[in-house]
Write a protein of this length. Sequence first.
Length: 99
Amino acid sequence: MKTVLTMGLGLLALMTVQNAAADEGKVLHNESCTECHASRLGFDDNAIYTRDDRRMSNYHSLRQMVARCNNQTGAGWFDEEEQLVTDYLNRAFYKFPAK
């Protein structure tokens, strides 16, 4: 019984860490991306991800675009933060097989 409880708590802790990382990617995105998308494109900031003519066709191209936007906007994200944003966008909008 104690082993099952310990395993359950470990799984809960892992899920909490994963959810925190997912939330961090969303926070970074919302702080640095949405205003630029809305002001430059003149429509809902998330519509860039769901439009019919979107540019992303795979996970790798999404990762490259996040890095390019980071550089162009001067967001100052580290590689790990770019990865968090990429993973958030992929989960929320694209659903590409990761990596």
